[in-house]
Design a protein around this ligand. Sequence first.
Ligand code: CTP
Ligand code: CA
Length: 263
Amino acid sequence: RVLRGRPRDLAGQKIVVSAGGTREAIDPVRYIGNRSSGLQGYALARTAVARGAEVTLVAANVALPDPAGVTVVRVESATELREAVLDASEGADVVVMAAAVADFRPETRHEAKIKKTDGEPDPIYLTKNPDILAELGARRQAAFGSASGFAESGGSADTGAAGGPVVESGSASGRGSRSGASPKVIVGFAAETHDVLANGQAKLARKGCDLLVVNQVGEGRAFGTPDNAATVLVAGGDPVEVPLGPKEDVADAVWDLVAARLS
Ligand code: CTP
Ligand code: CA
């Protein structure tokens, strides 16, 4: 599909989009996963390119072809997704976390396939994954001392009073080579089944992001369908409703708000 009639209002912007859903290995053949298709993230990537952006798409377990003009990095687990997103976020202007990231992973990954034996199965113990969106928000807070760093360009580990990316140390497998530069606009997604707006507002504040795209799950929406409806919560602004329509509509509503915050 050719995307026409869009403003080139993201020209020159470096944008990172994560898409799809992570898989957390149990053994060599099994994993804990989720229902994310990646369609919303891919719509975000296509529309951003159509609006002039330079896009890196971090795709977790997505059965979709690479969109034209996009750098695609394929990952499987939340740990891999974190590495790829943090690497791609170096010097990026905008990060959009559309991926469904597993909150937990099995504590141990069995080297050999677990066999069916007589009697009850062993329990699978879980451990927490890092929260990538919260980490991006906290780093920016540390670097700029406020929820929004978009007034300053780029920024680096040694610009902030707090002394840079304090969140990096102690987390899973951070690399020392990252400068800690923070994106100007950070966007999260949230699928909620109940108390959609109240849960969304609390999540927006907790994650320290600028925009949070909230989907009500159910009613044939969100997972695996080409259409979506959403409420985009805006830090310090009024929510924007996007009526049920193609996932490109939700994407364009996000880019309208992102472009406004960048200018
Ligand atoms: N996210 C993330 N890292 C995680 C979990 C979530 O970066 N380990 C991001 C998602 O990509 C999404 C946003 O955080 O943009 C919200 O995800 P969601 O699952 O709705 O939020 P949680 O904080 O995990 O809360 P809960 O699942 O309990 O509703
Ligand atoms: Ca979650």
